[in-house]
Design a binder for this molecule. Structure first.
Ligand code: HAM
Length: 416
């Protein structure tokens, strides 16, 4: 037997309706905010992520699925959605179209991580990217969209943490203070962080190594170093979130694991799904578009991990409605009746009503058992008597009630 690769999962029919539910809520929430869908390729030139996500990040250093294609090009399966959207924005001249561009995507992502609950090698994101606006009101709007999506799927018990990591200028000042502090603790840093110290000290704050985590607790905090403009921007974000009634906590430890962030960063974290509690992460990335060859264009967005949302919904006991079950199951009692059932299901389906019938030559009892298993909403029995009299018995499976329905109307795709 061949198994699925480690860190990947099949979504079987017993669960796919839950995915459809979450995806539907994502699309509905995006629509309510006037956001349009963008679809970018599953793989990009590796350069997109080297320049976009950043060469000192864990994603680029350790986690990318990178290979040479048959033409000798370095290709990478997307580890996240933002860099590909930014590449598409530049390549398709979207900066000369309506701004801000308000985009969303639902996509699979690939990261070679150590799998555990809530951490997979192929996973799925619902993401938002708003490009072209600098005002703090768009930061607040993006955060509200994430908040509304979580509420709409039925998640109430997550904490929103926000922080500002400043602009290029304030970052320089902060990085030198951070370097000075980390240099004093150099010997106790892990090998990777020793290497990061000169390349990108901010990444050290995100290190999962216990020793580094301890050191990080005493590190200078970025909020003490941000410039007046960044401070005013961050204050406005907080004010607008307060006006919108979105509860949040300022957490200076949120620095995010990708290099493109500037100013506002945020995460929604749950206590109910174990170690991988971050269900949503995002922030502003004012330098990304120019890094990928476009004009200076600000941007902000987030991504939600769909697997983590589903885990959380299950752990907190949210019942996801399943409307994918067939509406009418036709139970014919012989060959001639089976032909009629075939005619009826065809007519119902053409009217957009879901219908199914027996393909296995089962007896009536076994057909009812089957209808029960597939959770058919109604069963319509067609026996020879029924066929002659032109009326069939319809049983509503939820309450067992029965009524007669016209076979002639059914054959026209009408139930009543
Ligand atoms: P990220 O924090 O790397 O950000 O990922 C966003 C979300 O994807 C995480 O909060 C988590 O729910 C989910 N996720 C990440 N890795 C895994 C994994 N290995 N298995 C399961 N779920 C995972 C980004 O990807 C940014 N592109 C978000 C963004 C958009 N920032 C601005 N715009």
């Amino acid at each position: 037997m061949i198994n699925v690769p480690k860190g990947t999962k099949d979504v079987l029919p017993a669960d796919s309706y839950k995915w459809q539910y979450v995806e539907k809520k994502a699309r509905e929430t995006a629509k309510a905010f006037g956001v349009s869908e963008i679809r970018t390729p599953t793989f990009e030139h590796t350069e997109v992520f080297l320049r976009g996500v950043g060469e000192t990040t864990d994603i680029v250093n350790k986690e990318m699925y990178t290979f040479l294609d048959k033409g000798g090009r370095s290709i990478t399966l997307k580890p996240e959605g933002t860099a590909g959207v930014a590449r598409a924005f530049v390549e398709n001249g979207m900066s000369s179209q309506v701004l801000p561009a308000k985009l969303y995507y639902i996509t699979q992502c690939f990261r070679y991580e150590r799998p555990q609950a809530g951490r997979l090698r192929e996973f799925h994101q619902f993401g938002i990217e708003f490009l072209g606006a600098t005002d703090a009101n768009i930061d607040a709007e993006v955060i509200m969209l994430a908040n509304d999506f979580l509420q709409n799927v039925g998640i109430k018990n997550v904490t929103l943490y926000i922080n500002s990591i400043g602009c290029k200028e304030c970052r320089k000042k902060y990085e030198s203070a951070l370097k000075e502090y980390l240099n004093q603790n150099y010997d106790n840093l892990c090998a990777l962080c020793k290497d990061r110290l000169n390349k990108n000290p901010l990444r050290i704050l995100d290190c999962k190594n216990d020793e580094c985590k301890k050191i990080n607790q005493g590190a200078p905090q970025i909020l003490d170093y941000i410039c007046e403009d960044c401070k005013a921007h961050f204050e406005k974000v907080q004010k607008l979130l307060t006006i919108a009634g979105v509860p949040f906590k300022v957490n200076p430890n949120i620095v995010r694991g990708l290099d493109y962030y500037t100013r506002t960063v945020f995460e929604f974290v749950s206590e109910n799904i174990g170690a991988q509690g971050t269900v949503c992460g995002g922030g502003r990335y004012d330098g990304l578009i120019s890094q990928l060859g476009g004009n200076e264009t600000p941007g902000i967005g987030f991504a939600v991990g769909i697997e983590r949302i589903l885990m959380l919904l299950e752990n907190i006991g949210v019942q996801i409605p399943n409307d994918s079950n067939v509406e009418y199951y036709l139970a014919p009692m012989g060959e001639r009746e089976s032909e009629k059932a075939f005619e009826i299901v065809t007519a119902l389906r053409r009217k957009g009503i879901s219908a199914d019938f027996d393909h296995m030559g089962r007896g009536i009892k076994a057909q009812f058992k089957y209808a029960d298993k597939i959770k058919a909403q109604n069963v319509i029995v067609i026996g020879s008597n029924e066929l002659e009299q032109g009326v069939a018995k319809l049983k509503v499976m939820a309450d067992g009630s029965e009524r007669l329905v016209s076979i002639e109307l059914l054959a026209k795709g009408q139930v009543e």
